[in-house]
Design a protein around this ligand. Structure first.
Ligand code: NAP
Length: 475
């Protein structure tokens, strides 16, 4: 069985220690991934630091050129990327193709942004003084990415950091390291200088501890659960290490009776069931205005029941396996908890009768009490929790009653209402009649316990730049 390499200081390195990678659709081991200990991570940070001393002084244009070459390599191999994502993550192949295309677009966006690390000149308040604001790359970055969008969420960090003039050591999720190996091969083929990008894998706690403790690592950028985010915040205190955190979400959907109903149904379906519900911006709580609830559910539930469940490689599949059978167990617990508290099951609610044990029937529950587990914590599966409201004020209060604040979705044709909601909802991203708001050129991130900072947009580059003020006295 193939052992996939790490990427250390310009070399693809196969190690003797390995970890199996499973196909979630079958539970079968499909590859072995090389792993390393904390000592190798420390060496990688040292190499990244050496590379930084040169990389930081390159022009934005030349850094952008490297990102464009990586994008071109990825484009040449995009079908291979898509198949690897489906193999290790399980998502339907069409969605893996979409993830690969978005990743290439991120590289191209940051290739352009690399030229735009603008400072500014401030008019003086005292005679003879001049004030300059300079932007400089923060230094070596430790990047940690999750399994649910294993390629795009890793490259979102790497491309922005490289564009800013930083060097990066990436630790992908243990379940899904293979697409990061393919990415490393593309970086290598594009001719990146040694040490500018490196890939490590192994015990998360050890790698995270080295990123936190090693003074050469100047920033950690993390996407994953709020629980691990909290641990990183605690660990960062000693070294006052800057963190960017993209954490969990619990996104509400608000459907008003003035909405275009078919659009609201399409948008809610995609916001909930894309990536088999395993998305940080997935719709977790669906609130329907009582006057349109019956019509919405009459259209929505048959569409959910019609979603084709199966292995991601099978044509027409829209719902793949969850990441492992334990994730189905957790979703079933949330469904049972909601039912015990009085919720009504409209469809689904069972493990799908397919081999492997990681498939869940797409599910809809209504009348779910606010205390139900799935109304408070991410179910991270294809489960809709539907509730009802009467007034706009009630809808806003329900939507904001969460410790998370990543995304929110609103369906209405009233422009005044849309503006009131954009301004009132406590979320970093708001889709108005749009179930798919993410794009390379707009900021991505959350408020409250959904994280710190933003990726993508102009903010994405900013996250890897330091701001310096230089004050000059001139004669
Ligand atoms: P996770 O368990 O927090 O893992 C995320 C990454 O952190 C993985 O690479 C993991 O490594 C690593 N990790 C685990 N423990 C660590 C530690 N003590 N120190 C340093 N790193 C550690 O999250 P997940 O289950 O992969 O992803 C799902 C979660 O991510 C959900 O909560 C979802 O909402 C959130 N998410 C947020 C966004 C966003 O943009 N806001 C996007 C996607 C996902 P191992 O795999 O080796 O354990």
């Amino acid at each position: 069985m193939k052992i996939h390499p790490l990427y250390l200081n310009g070399e693809l390195v196969v190690t003797s220690a390995t970890r199996p990678v499973l196909d979630p659709a079958t539970g079968a081991v499909v590859a072995q991934m090389s792993t390393c200990g904390r000592d190798v991570v420390a060496q990688a940070l040292a190499h990244a630091h050496t590379a930084f001393t040169t990389w930081r002084h390159t022009t934005g244009r030349s850094r952008g050129d490297l990102l464009l070459k990586i994008a071109a390599e990825m484009e040449r191999r995009q079908e291979e990327f898509a198949r690897v994502i489906t193999q290790e993550n399980g998502k339907p192949l069409a969605q893996s193709r979409g993830e690969t295309a978005m990743t290439i677009d991120h590289l191209r966006w940051f290739a352009e942004e690399a030229r735009r690390g603008y400072g500014r000149i401030i008019p003086p308040q005292a005679d003879g003084k001049r004030h300059l604001v300079l932007k400089s790359p923060i230094g070596v970055v430790g990047a940690i990415s999750p399994w649910n969008f294993p390629l795009v969420l890793a490259v979102r960090k790497v491309s922005a950091a490289l564009a800013a003039g930083c060097t990066v050591v990436l630790k992908p999720a243990s379940a899904t390291p293979l697409c990061s190996v393919l990415f490393a091969e593309c970086v290598h083929a594009a001719g990146a200088p040694r040490g500018v990008f490196q890939l490590v894998a192994g015990a998360a706690g050890e790698i995270g501890a080295e990123f936190l403790a090693n003074p050469l690592c100047r920033k950690i950028t993390f996407t994953g659960s709020t629980e691990v985010g909290r641990q990183l915040i605690a660990g960062a205190a000693a070294g006052v290490k800057p963190l960017s955190l993209e954490l969990g979400g619990h996104s509400p959907v608000l459907v008003f009776d003035d909405a275009d109903l078919p659009r609201a149904v399409d948008g809610t379906l995609i916001a909930k069931y894309r990536n088999t519900g395993q998305s940080c911006i997935a719709a977790n709580r669906i609130y329907l205005q009582r006057s349109c609830a019956e019509a919405f559910l009459a259209a929505f539930v048959p569409r959910v029941q019609a979603l084709k469940v199966g292995p991601g490689t099978e044509p027409g599949v829209e719902i793949g396996p969850l990441i492992n059978p334990a994730a189905v167990d957790l979703a079933l617990q949330h469904i049972a908890d909601a039912q015990q508290r009085g919720a009504r099951l409209l469809c689904g609610g069972r493990r799908a009768a397919l081999p492997g044990g990681a498939f869940l029937e797409p599910t809809v529950l209504t009348g779910v009490p606010a205390e139900a587990a799935g109304m408070c914590d991410e179910t991270f599966g294809p489960v809709s929790y539907v509730n009802f409201f009467d007034t706009e004020a009630e809808a806003i209060a329900l939507a904001n009653a969460s410790t998370y604040g990543l995304a929110a979705y609103v369906f209405t044709r009233d422009l005044n209402r849309a503006f009131r909601l954009m301004e009132s909802l406590e979320a970093g991203m708001i889709g108005v009649n749009d179930g798919l708001p993410t794009t390379s050129n707009a900021p991505f991130g959350g408020v409250k316990q959904s994280g710190w900072g933003r990726e993508l947009g102009v903010e994405g580059l900013e996250a890897f730049l330091e701001t310096k003020h230089a004050s000059l006295v001139i004669q």
